[in-house]
Design a protein around this ligand. Structure first.
Ligand code: NAI
Length: 396
């Protein structure tokens, strides 16, 4: 079929297999261009099909020749209906790994469930024996708790009082004020249940119990801090409570990993256009101003550049892993630089529907957003018929 982007709100309902493949190939080429990393050998990536998780899988496989098991939750294609982009990304990843002779298997299912955890452990035991790196990169709006059966829904709300600030509809470029009402106590609990550290810890507990972690195994989960501009809705909002919980969980997990001299880290990453971040009010405006500023200074990075730097300059250097005073790895260091933040705050005050095309990088935002769904790649001829009904090889 011929596939065009069909937008609804902050999501795109269609995705393009060839474009997603191009996205994966571009990331692989980037990693190859940066040279070998003396990194992990057997890696489990939870949330491996898009965003930071996909970048982690690609960096592990093509930077460090690692065997990867990828876990994700994606919609398969149906006749005449495209799959979700993470499906096509995984089709492409598996193909590229096969071509390169690199072991890779994928699991499409709910990472919060015991079933998927058991499946992953089974594959590790049968194929790899032990793993030395576990990346935890889930971004989900819901979690069915495996013990209670309760379906928790996360929300993106401020705590205590309503929050009014500017936001942009990145499809139309219209800048307007948005007011977000404060959350309830239940909202906080639910958001922590979905995006906090409990499930990460459950994964590690299961892996420890099955004795499939190698000596000095590491596990890394991703977090975000961001500037004061977005703090009411992000770091001091419901999602921030979940990130606080995730960060605290790292210490708990490190204690549990003592037996094998392993460590759990949280890496604080840069704000980037992903399916998860485009759903958060206010953030797209911040990102478009941030992109403009960072591109002007020549320090803009996407997910793949961020994760390449995480591996090659933080995790695998033969030196002690640098962390901040809260024990977190910081690869948001360039985003948080004083000159960058001062400039973004200045632009923020001036941003209106009329000025944004000049002040911000709305074009870059939109292009990154389209790329997430496999659209907007110059290498792809979108007028050609493509097969939407593709299968992921080595899907178990
Ligand atoms: P994303 O939406 O691109 O990726 C989410 C991944 O989780 C996908 O592979 C998806 O299939 C998987 N997933 C979701 N629910 C699942 C489930 N129930 N079972 C199995 N897999 C499931 O998200 P993104 O942005 O890469 O986020 C990953 C992590 O990075 C999150 O913790 C996020 O908070 C963090 N982060 C994101 C930043 C951003 O600006 N996008 C900045 C800093 C941190």
């Amino acid at each position: 079929m011929i596939i065009e982007p069909r937008m609804r709100g902050f999501i795109c309902l269609t995705s393009h297999p060839k474009g997603c493949e191009q996205n994966v190939i571009n990331q692989i080429e980037y990693i190859k261009s940066k040279g070998k990393i003396n990194g992990p050998k057997n890696v489990l990536v939870i949330g491996a099909s898009t965003g930071f998780g996909l970048a982690s899988r690609i960096t592990s496989a093509f930077g460090s020749n690692a065997a990867t098991i990828g876990v994700f939750f994606e919609k398969p294609p149906q006749e005449g209906k495209t799959a979700s982009p993470g499906w096509y990304n995984s089709v492409a990843f598996q193909e590229q790994a096969k071509k390169a002779g690199i072991y890779a298997k994928s699991i499409n299912g709910d990472a919060f469930s015991d079933e998927v955890k058991n499946k992953a452990i089974e594959i590790i035991k049968t194929d790899l024996g032990k793993i030395d790196l576990v990346i935890y990169s889930l971004a989900s709006p819901v979690r069915m708790h495996p013990n209670t059966g309760v379906l928790h829904r996360s929300v993106l709300k401020p705590i205590g009082q309503s929050f009014t600030n500017k936001t942009v509809d990145f499809h139309t470029g219209v800048v307007s004020d948005i007011t977000i009402e404060p959350c309830t106590d239940e909202d906080i609990k639910n958001t922590v249940a979905v995006m906090g550290g409990e499930d990460w810890e459950m994964w590690i507990d299961a892996l420890i119990k099955a004795d499939v972690l190698s000596e000095k195994a590491m596990t890394v989960a991703y977090s975000y801090i961001g500037p004061s501009l977005t703090e009411a809705v992000y770091r001091k909002g419901t999602i921030g409570m979940a990130k606080d919980h995730l960060e605290a969980t790292a210490f708990k997990i490190t204690e549990k990993l003592n037996y094998t001299k392993g460590t759990a880290f949280v890496s604080v990453n840069k704000a980037l256009v992903t399916q998860a971040s485009s759903a958060i009010p206010v953030i797209p405006l911040y990102i478009s101003l941030l992109y403009k500023t960072m591109k002007e200074k020549g320090i803009h990075e996407g997910c793949i550049e961020q994760i390449q730097r995480l591996y090659s300059e933080r995790l695998y250097t033969n030196k002690e892993i640098p962390t901040d005073d809260k024990g977190r790895i910081r690869i948001d260091d360039w985003e948080m630089r004083a000159d960058i933040q001062e400039k973004v705050s200045e632009l923020w005050k001036k941003a209106t529907t009329e000025t944004l095309p000049e002040l911000g990088d709305l074009k870059g935002y939109k292009s990154d957003f389209l790329n997430l769904f496999g659209f907007g790649f110059e290498e792809v001829d979108y007028l050609l018929d493509v097969n939407e009904n593709t299968v992921i090889e080595e899907l178990v």
